[in-house]
Design a protein. Structure first.
Length: 285
């Protein structure tokens, strides 16, 4: 990689960012397409966001990924939001278009693309989504536009109910929100086609946890776990063992990253290169 006077800088801002996979993934992609871009990680504490965003403008940083704790607060420092980011109230991608900072959210796009790339077409399907946090909101927003029925189950039931009500009205769709209780999980999974876990259950270090009991999984259910650390969660292992189609969190990670890459560069992302770089980086971590 050659850094020159014209190299465009992209990066991720968040805290912590030490273990992010994004630099490995994006630098590999820039290199593969011989683009004069570089990607770095900026550790920015909560209180420093305002200063950091002035720096982005002054230094002409070309693009950003945004992670916790800034996904919501960054909106105050942007000039424009796309409709998805506006609705969700969270941004994971910023493009600096000649001084105008534009915010996008590619998490939902990434999740739906991962389904479709695995041959799972959401049209006409019932999708059960676990979670009502940042990632779940983005996925629900995208999914509500494409599936027939969407059920959102969350530990804090009110968050799921509120999200379901808003999305149902906005898209005039059948969307239900409820608590992530054993009985709701059992009832809703009976006739569902797709299950997406967007809670942090099963994430390192709690790798022996799964949000679903093995006996509720079926071979004709597609299961996507957006948790990517570990690479294969307990839920993914259980789903695989019962013959279900399993989509890993890494796939969503790649597709949401690929969408950011395309916003910054205007070029199609080299997906295979990004997959290899991300998997290598995860194994190293
Ligand atoms: P978040 O905003 O903090 O939301 C966390 C969600 O998990 C909430 O719905 C929360 O429920 C639920 N939860 C947490 N602990 C739980 C428990 N013990 N039992 C049941 N539910 C629990 O986090 P996020 O940004 O949405 O991220 C969620 C997960 O997705 C993380 O593992 C993250 O690494 C992963 N992620 C993956 C990608 C990808 O590209 N693959 C992208 C973004 C995030 P309450 O509302 O009740 O607290």
């Amino acid at each position: 990689m050659k850094i020159s006077g014209t190299t465009k800088i992209c990066g991720i801002i968040g805290d912590p960012v030490e273990h992010t996979l994004s630099p490995a993934m994006h630098n590999a992609a820039f290199k593969a397409l011989r683009l004069d871009f570089v990607y770095v990680a900026f550790k920015v504490e909560k209180e420093e966001l305002s200063n950091a965003m002035s720096g982005v403008r002054s230094l002409g940083i070309h693009g950003l990924n945004v992670t916790m704790p800034h996904k919501n607060a960054i909106i105050n420092y942007l000039d424009e939001l796309d409709s998805t980011a506006k609705f969700i109230g969270a941004v994971n991608t910023v493009v600096n278009a000649n001084g105008r900072l534009m915010g996008f959210n590619t998490d939902g796009m990434g999740a739906l693309k991962a389904l479709k790339e695995n041959g799972v077409i959401p049209t006409g399907k019932k999708l059960v989504l676990f979670g009502a946090g940042g990632a779940a909101n983005a996925i629900a927003f995208q999914a509500a536009q494409e599936v027939e029925k969407l059920v959102i189950l969350n530990r804090t039931a009110e968050k799921a109910e509120r999200l379901a009500e808003t999305l149902g009205k906005k898209f005039n769709k059948w969307v239900v929100g409820n608590s992530l209780s054993a009985s709701h999980i059992r009832e809703e999974l009976k006739d569902s086609d797709i299950l997406i876990n967007a809670t942090s259950v099963g994430m390192h270090p709690n790798i022996e946890q799964s949000p679903v009991r093995l006996e509720l999984l079926r071979p004709d259910l597609c299961v996507m776990d957006i948790v990517y650390n570990p690479l294969e969660t307990k839920l993914a292992k259980d789903a695989k063992a019962c013959g279900a189609k399993v989509i890993s969190g890494v796939e969503m990670l790649i597709y949401q990253g690929a969408a950011s890459f395309e916003f910054w560069t205007g070029q199609n992302a080299p997906l295979e290169v990004m997959f290899q770089a991300a998997e290598k980086a995860i194994r190293r971590v």
